[in-house]
Design a protein around this ligand. Structure first.
Ligand SMILES: [Cu+2]
Length: 332
């Protein structure tokens, strides 16, 4: 077993939508290995999504959270935490629910300890005033890999050869309501019962930005592309996450999906029988994760999109939103 050491800064920032608008966010930024006298330069550079946390089952994870403050809202002295969503058997001290544990004030550090024992797809998010801090952007993916990968030198979703794959992609779903983002940036209160999102995001971006490269300079604070690329015949694991506040239904025309895991649990019956199932649409509730594998069909571009067509728009004005592409290439 290995030791994984990470350090995240909690701060604020701005994200860009395809209609040219920018939106104020709270979030995390990876400051692992940054010298102490340079961490200040990461204030205001939070990313949506927050950095990926990745470990093998049984690893010991030490995650230091440093609260760098909110340069655009210096009056706001909110603390932050890290909650590993979906991780069973967490002791309260490391669980990030501030009423039951510790939260990190501006200018301070706290190191969380995790020992993930079950492979799968999880979520991490801040748990301080979570309705606000989750919508503002303090959300990120967690991948726990099975030991079987190390034993066999190939990739698996779970400790089962039926969950083998060649490539994986993250389909991380959220919504963005511009009103609270605008009001928080301007020191105003928002009534959360009026939540009504207008931007529909995969991996923190709205189509067509979803298919642009990870390092596209137009999105310095949205470093996750959602373009899925594979060669014909390859098995592709899609790690679906929904940490918006609404249910979503995602479909890929022409590609059946084999659901092998739900909420970081492999689909197994009480007697260990295989209860994985084929779906042509994935219904996913807020807070859920789904692991599904498909075999790349003949070369072409296959759209992956939300079946609610209002969510295939950019604030209702143009085509976009919760849409990305699966590009299948013929073998070279
Ligand atoms: Cu927070």
């Amino acid at each position: 077993m290995a030791t994984v050491k990470k350090r995240f800064g909690a701060t604020d920032g701005w994200v860009n939508m395809p209609d040219g608008t920018s939106h104020y966010i709270f979030g995390f930024v990876d400051i692992t290995g940054v010298p102490e006298n340079q961490i200040f330069q990461y204030r205001g550079k939070a990313t949506l999504l927050a950095p990926l946390l990745e470990a093998y089952e049984g690893d010991e994870v030490y995650l230091t959270l440093t609260n760098l403050g909110l340069p655009s809202r210096p009056d706001l002295d909110d603390t932050h935490t890290i909650h590993w969503h979906g991780f069973p058997n967490q002791i309260p001290l490391w669980d990030g629910v501030p009423e039951a544990s510790i939260s990190v004030p501006v200018g301070r550090d706290f190191t969380y300890y995790y020992k993930p024992l079950d492979p799968g797809t999880y979520i991490h998010h801040c748990h301080f005033e979570p309705v606000e801090h989750i919508q503002m952007g303090m959300i990120g993916p967690v991948t726990v890999r099975p030991q079987l990968e190390k034993e066999l030198g190939r990739k698996f979703a779970y400790n089962d050869e039926n969950t083998a794959f060649d490539r994986e992609a993250l389909i991380f779903l959220t919504e963005l309501d511009p009103k609270p983002h605008h009001l928080v940036a301007n020191v105003q209160e928002f009534d959360w019962t009026e939540y009504s999102p207008e931007y529909w995001l995969i991996n923190g971006r709205s189509y067509p930005d979803t298919v642009k490269p990870a390092d596209d300079p137009s999105f310095p604070q949205q470093p996750f592309s959602a373009l899925v690329e594979a060669y014909e015949g390859e098995k592709v694991l899609l790690r679906f996450v929904n940490i918006g506040f609404q249910q979503h239904c995602i479909q890929i025309l022409g590609i059946p999906l084999k659901v092998v895991g739900l909420d970081a649990q492999q689909l197994r019956g009480y007697n260990g029988e295989d209860i994985s199932c084929w779906r042509d649409a994935i219904y996913i509730a807020a807070g859920q994760t789904v692991d599904a594998i498909f075999t790349a069909p003949r070369a072409g571009i296959y759209p992956l999109y939300n079946r609610n067509h209002y969510k295939n728009t950019i604030a209702g004005t143009a085509f976009g939103g919760m849409v990305t592409e699966i590009r299948v290439l013929s073998k070279p």
